[in-house]
Write a protein that binds this ligand. Sequence first.
Ligand SMILES: C[S@@+](CC[C@H](N)C(=O)[O-])C[C@H]1O[C@@H](n2cnc3c(N)ncnc32)[C@H](O)[C@@H]1O
Length: 287
Amino acid sequence: MTLYGVGLGPGEADLVTVRGKTVLETADVVYSPGRLSRSVALEHVDEDKIGDLDFPMTKDEDKLRRAWKAAAAEVAPEAKDGDVAFVTLGDPNVYSTFGHLRRTIDAFHPDVDLEIVPGVSAVTAFATAMGIEIEAGAGLALREAASGASPTGPDRMILFKVTDAPATHEGLVDAGYDVTYGRRLFMEQGETIVTDDPAEIDERDYYTLAYAEKGDLEVEPATAAFGTDDESGSDDATTDSEPIADGGRELTTEELAALERAEGYENGDYGLELEDRRERRRRGGDR
Ligand SMILES: C[S@@+](CC[C@H](N)C(=O)[O-])C[C@H]1O[C@@H](n2cnc3c(N)ncnc32)[C@H](O)[C@@H]1O
């Protein structure tokens, strides 16, 4: 039988994955490390299925290790007799408490089978919630900014644990960043706030993140020109054929074949694009 680490997503009940929901519904026990993850889990399972684990609010590493050892000792026998789930908000492998449980289980109960069900992480949910696009090719770094810290360096950062937004803001603005804050994004519990004014979120709330982008970044996607070149909405700005990647140049048959062979291009969006190109070729003849 199996211990499942299940990502619950950012908080709204219908952002749990279908697989995650199935695992929760079929598990014998569902453990949660905190009040918020417990309340999201309760949207999917009855309270009598919830197993509470006790985690001290401390940074003392000895105390934490003892707590995780005790948690693993409780969960492991249940996972040998049946299927159990351990839930975390977001994704179990992103800045998550599940990592501590997994390492402790690996160390002291290596015979327990373990599976992870990924969840919608704040790392991706923030973009939609805050109306931000991380365009193809852009770099994005993850950092923590607890207790007013202002990490700097990368062009774009997601900052977790923004517990003192005004102090964090000061350091980031001094270093040339534009910053947007998101609190309780896609969460049913508490008010969702998106703002670029740190004074609006000066009350400490652990479920706050920030997106910081260097103010002098020059981002010019090809499609940006639609807003200026072709305001009349006429078709003059495009040719008869649909827009094509690679600077608009059609690929030769050899290039197309090489792309098809290349690992990773066979599926996903690029696979669709290749299909598209083949179709255009069938319609318009080979060039
Ligand atoms: C320990 S990390 C957990 C991340 C989680 N495992 C994930 O994948 O989203 C906790 C931090 O994530 C951010 N966070 C998680 N969920 C959030 C949400 N719904 N809205 C805003 N921030 C969130 C906050 O910065 C919070 O301090």
